[in-house]
Design a protein around this ligand. Structure first.
Ligand SMILES: [Zn+2]
Length: 132
C-alpha cells in the first residue's frame, strides 16, 4: 500500500490517498475545462482529509449532485465527489506531493455530454398557473 499525501496551495487542506494511482483523466465539462484539472478516480474509503476539512468550500451547479470542493483560503481545487459515482472522488493529481502524473495513461471523460439542466428549470411541476 502506498500512501500519497496531498494538499492545497496554502497547506490549509491536507489529505491522504491510498494508492497506487494508476490512471488519470481529464473532463471536457465546462467546469473541469476552466479548472484545467487532471484527476484520478479514488474510492471514498481511500481518501482521508487530514487537515482543513472545515476550510473547504463547496461549489455545486447543474444537477447539484457532484460536490466540488475548493480551499476557502487559496482557492485550489483538491478533489470533488463525482456525480456519476457518488462514492468516488475525483482527485486533483497536481495536488499530490512528489507525484508526477505525466507518466500515467490519461483519458478524456465525456462530461460535456452529460445532461445539463437548463437555467431556471424547476425540480417539480409547480402546479397550474393562476388565471385571471
Ligand atoms: Zn489552501
Amino acid at each position: 500500500m502506498t500512501t500519497l499525501h496531498g494538499s492545497c496551495h496554502c497547506g490549509t487542506v491536507k489529505f491522504e490517498v491510498e494508492g497506487p494511482v494508476e490512471s488519470a483523466y481529464t473532463c471536457d465539462c465546462s467546469l473541469c475545462r476552466k479548472k484545467n484539472a487532471l484527476m484520478a478516480k479514488v474510492h471514498e474509503s481511500k481518501l482521508k482529509i487530514t487537515a482543513g476539512a472545515d476550510k473547504l468550500s463547496l461549489y455545486q451547479w447543474n444537477t447539484r449532485i457532484a460536490r466540488h470542493y475548493f480551499c476557502s483560503v487559496c482557492g485550489i481545487y483538491p478533489f470533488h465527489r463525482k456525480r456519476s459515482e457518488p462514492t468516488e472522488y475525483g482527485v486533483n493529481l497536481h495536488c499530490l506531493d512528489d507525484f508526477d502524473p505525466s507518466v500515467l495513461p490519461s483519458k478524456l471523460g465525456k462530461g460535456k455530454g452529460m445532461t445539463v439542466v437548463a437555467e431556471g428549470a424547476r425540480d417539480v411541476w409547480p402546479g397550474p398557473r393562476e388565471t385571471g
